[in-house]
Design a protein around this ligand. Structure first.
Ligand code: PEP
Ligand code: MN
Length: 294
């Protein structure tokens, strides 16, 4: 681990263009610049469940000032008996909704054999928390020629996360956006699904110039807490947010995935307005996090 870590090309100290602690490798996704100002909000349903639901969510996202649409066609579910996503049909829905709204699409790919197919529809490929260390997937995603959203494994260290990003980067794709989505703290799920790791944002930004997003939806698992965690994440220095939305006209009880997390339209509007007014703090001084020195 030690040798493997100090050589990573994505570390600020090995990437001369970004040696200045405040600089960021801005990633362009369908014309939306992630890593600059203002912070970008990517929002949408957890899963694509129907054309109407996805279109309604996308319209709410666009109206609120969200810049990209998220939504899973292939869902990583803990139980094999849970809804796994609409698959190919979900991709077709996403393509239709993009044509209708003009919003670029961020969607997950889990299977290395599906990267080519998902890349035909996606503007950005999402690698989910559970897939962060699926190394063959990272290699394929690195070759796909699209920007990548790399979520942190919910038990991954900062160093492991950076190593996963390097798997993508060494295939020649440096357009990687990192996303903190909460880490496991206990198994009871008594008041929160995970814990948003506010304290990783500063060290991460010092370690690498890659942009960083916060996902308060999966961290909290509960829509009523998404706004406050969004604000805290922005305060900690994220370049944007990934937010799950309840499509107007949809009942929570109808949803087959993450039904409690989606924020209603007015909450999304407040989050976007807050983000838009928020200057992104530069990465604080110390150039390398303690762990990266190991
Ligand atoms: C998601 O974004 O819907 C998702 C499944 O997230 P995670 O991989 O962070 O659990
Ligand atoms: Mn989800």
């Amino acid at each position: 681990m030690t040798d493997g870590l100090s050589n990573l090309s994505i570390l600020r100290r090995n990437w001369p263009e970004y040696s200045d602690a405040g600089s960021t490798h801005v990633v362009d996704v369908a014309g939306v610049r992630i890593g600059g100002f203002p912070p970008v909000v990517i929002a949408g349903p957890c899963a694509v469940e129907s054309y109407e639901q996805t279109l309604s969510a996308a319209r709410a996202v666009a109206a609120a000032g969200g810049r990209l649409l998220r939504g899973g066609a292939f869902k990583p579910r803990t139980s094999p008996y849970s809804f796994q996503g609409l698959g190919e049909e979900g991709l077709e829905i996403l393509a239709g909704v993009r044509a209708e709204t003009g919003l670029g699409v961020v969607t997950e790919v889990q299977d290395p054999r599906m990267v080519e197919r998902v890349a035909e529809t996606a503007d950005m490929l999402q690698v989910g928390s559970r897939s962060m260390q699926n190394f063959p997937l990272l290699v394929e995603v690195g070759r796909a020629g699209l920007p990548v959203l790399l979520k942190r494994g919910f038990s991954a260290t900062l160093e492991e996360w950076l190593c996963s990003a390097e798997y993508v980067a060494r295939e020649g794709n440096l357009d990687i956006v990192l996303c903190e989505r909460g880490i496991r703290r206990d198994c009871s799920w008594s008041h929160a699904r995970s814990q948003f790791d506010l304290e990783v944002i500063g060290p991460l930004r010092r370690a690498t110039p890659l942009p960083v997003l916060g996902d308060p939806s999966h961290a909290t698992g509960e829509w009523t807490r998404v706004q406050e965690v969004s604000r805290a994440a922005l305060e900690a220095g994220v370049h944007g947010l990934l937010i799950e939305v309840l499509a107007p006209g949809t009942e929570r009880s109808e949803l087959r995935c993450d039904a409690h997390q989606g924020v209603p339209e007015d909450t999304l509007q407040r989050i976007v307005a807050f983000a838009a007014a928020r200057p992104i703090p530069t990465a604080p001084e110390s150039p390398i996090p303690a762990g990266a020195e190991a």
